[in-house]
Design a protein around this ligand. Sequence first.
Ligand SMILES: [Ca+2]
Ligand SMILES: [Ca+2]
Length: 265
Amino acid sequence: MKWIIIFLAVSSIVACGDIEQPTCRAGVHCGEEAQCIAGECESEAPDEPDEPDVQAPDHPIETPEVDMGVVLQPGDPIPTTEPDLGPVDEHRCNPATSASLVINEILASVPTDGDANGDGVRDAYDDEFIELVNTSDESIELNGVRIWVGDTFKFKFEPLCLGPKQGIVVFGGGSPNLPGDVHVITTERRFGLTNSGNTVTISDDAGIAFQTVEYGDAKTSWQLWPELYGSSLVPHGDVADLPFTPGRCSNGMAFGTGCSDQSSN
Ligand SMILES: [Ca+2]
Ligand SMILES: [Ca+2]
């Protein structure tokens, strides 16, 4: 029995030698960056960063469209910035000359029923007119062409291209209301064409005369005779039934007809 007790005592001593002793009993034994867990110092794991609190949008996010313009590919020609002028305008407008522009008719003494500009009112000044015709086969530029009554400058054209065999009537004023194919314009100053007679001249902007005609006293307008190509005026009533024909041949036809049937009278 004695040996048994001794054996047990010694065994317990040996067993006690196998028990591992804790390395720590509290956090203070593990330093600042470790903690005591189950008797062992374990490093403190860094805190996991919080996931951002992202919520799915209720609506799809709209992405603004970006205009990328023309995307060039290798070999493409580089576009220029020159404006697109469109097709070439074949229309040409030659300067007016004494050979192309003529005074064809003048109304100086407005008859009592002489609403020549068609605005419904007979006016001694507004219904006065000077009719010019492009007798050439090409368009002519009227810009700068001047009209003179006697020696007094009365009117100057702004840029205006008058087609071949086309006429234009310059009225002393009012609101002309003539057929749509008749070119009309009004002057800001009265012509003041003397009823008893005077001269009318057309010139270029420098005052070089294209044509000067003289009219007299009549109850109708005055007509270039032969029409379009003559060198002097006659009373309109002497060659036509109508007292005046602004924008038309004295026979009432368009200038494009050449007014030929009247010119042969
Ligand atoms: Ca009138
Ligand atoms: Ca006429």
